[in-house]
Design a binder for this molecule. Structure first.
Ligand code: HEM
Length: 306
């Protein structure tokens, strides 16, 4: 039910209308970085866009954006001792975030607003409004789901371009190739390694018997290199005609923000190329310690001014 309530906000026509707003945010981020000589690509460049986009969608006051990102990071990076907190702190962050979302929902109930929170709290699905508990959990889910993942896609994608300077220059010269490049970045870098399901009945997957109650891991990052599906899977190739990667999952829980994330990444790179003449890695990036998140923790870079 909650999925159906928000899905209208993620249709392509809605997303197209968002493009100028996302571009304005990206430009602001680039301009803020222009004054700095060296910075952390993950934190200072890639990180701000996904949070700003989600917060704008939900019309969250600007002075809370940093807090939303901190709450969200606390939940996604808890397995990394440099980033996460204790179990209690993670739980606390989730409760505080849910409570904050709930307060916003109460303020916006029956006020006729057009933001995502107003839509969620005022729209009926199958004749019913979303319950308070459903809302709080959906608020946390949407805010968390799009942060770390999209930041990971942008940072890891840039890293792959830096490994292939000729590709970096080709995309800079022909940014219309970015959508295909972003697709290949998704396949190659796969920001979330896996999700898990519990089998509800006995079945079989590719000859392997699965019993009801078994926990089954869907390893997207393995599927993305399946030689039965992809030609030359170990080549980073933005020319692929078909790219049926699994970075956004599969089936009924397919990522709701997939097209939003694609658009954010494309706009990010378009604006980056316009604002900077190039970028140099200062030293190798470090990974977040996590079984499920495949993303950099830091990526120190030197930006070349235009
Ligand atoms: C590169 C960026 C992203 C990646 C790699 C990614 C990946 C995924 C994956 C693999 C799933 C499937 C979960 C499952 O099967 O249980 C998922 C679900 C979801 N994603 Fe994303 N995501 C990204 C960006 C976003 C953004 C920007 C948003 C929203 C603002 C978002 C919102 C959601 C939501 C709400 C779900 C749950 C859908 C459901 O359970 O029906 N994601 N995402």
């Amino acid at each position: 039910k909650p999925r159906r309530a928000v899905i209208s906000r993620f249709t392509s026509s809605r997303l197209k209308a968002l493009e100028p707003q996302i571009r304005a945010i990206a430009q602001e981020i680039m301009q803020a970085a222009q004054g700095k000589d060296t910075l952390d690509f993950v934190d200072d460049l890639a990180g701000d866009l996904p949070t700003a986009v989600i917060c704008q969608l939900m019309d969250i006051p600007r002075d809370m954006w940093k807090q939303i990102r901190d709450w969200s990071d606390m939940q996604t990076s808890s397995s990394d001792p440099d980033l996460g907190g204790s179990e209690e702190e993670v739980l606390q962050a989730s409760i505080e975030m849910g409570t904050y979302g709930f307060e916003l929902a109460c303020e916006r109930k029956d006020k006729g607003g057009d933001d995502l929170i107003s839509l969620l709290i005022n729209q009926q699905v199958d004749g019913e409004l979303i319950s308070e508990a459903e809302f709080a959990s959906l608020f946390v889910q949407i805010a968390v789901a799009g942060n770390e993942t999209t930041r990971g896609l942008i940072s890891s994608g840039m890293y792959e371009l830096l490994q292939r300077p000729e590709l970096y220059r080709a995309l800079e010269a022909a940014p219309e190739k970015l959508p295909a490049a972003v697709e290949e970045m998704l396949r190659w870098t796969c920001p979330l390694h896996y999700f898990r399901r519990t089998a509800s009945c006995d079945t079989e997957i590719a000859g392997t018997p699965i019993k009801a109650g078994d926990k089954v891991v869907m390893l997207y990052s393995s599927a993305n290199f399946d030689e039965a599906v992809f030609e030359r899977p170990m080549d980073f190739d933005i020319q692929r005609q078909e790219n049926p990667h699994m970075a956004f999952g599969h089936g009924i829980h397919l990522c709701l923000g997939a097209n939003l994330a694609r658009m954010e990444a494309r706009i990010f790179f378009e604006e980056f190329f316009k604002h900077f003449a190039g970028v140099e890695l200062l030293h190798a990036p470090s990974y977040i310690r996590s079984n499920s998140i495949h993303a950099f923790k830091t990526m120190p870079v030197h930006l070349l001014p235009r």
